[in-house]
Ligand binder design. Sequence first.
Ligand code: SF4
Length: 103
Amino acid sequence: MKSANRRVFMMQVALGGTALAAASSASAQAMVNEKDAQAVSLGYAADTTKVDAKKFPKHAAAQKCSNCQLYTGAAGSKAGPCSIFPGKQVAANGWCSAYVKKA
Ligand code: SF4
């Protein structure tokens, strides 16, 4: 292999590895578990229709992570990041008591 070809090959390997690492870190972001201590304390539910109405009387069915101010997932995505749960993803149809209606 000529040295120019080898250099191009090595660059392709390096770029491919970077792309794979980026893809795997994005997909590796875990979902918030409803049983995690912080999730329990905030009454997080992955399904807004399953929120305990007695515990959270101000909750409304229309409130969900996807229309919360703190949700930064892409429109139409099933899950996305929330600043309340750093490093994890919340369900777009989830809810917690820190809900703030998106402006
Ligand atoms: S703060 Fe908002 S986006 Fe985050 S879990 Fe609670 S309702 Fe969902």
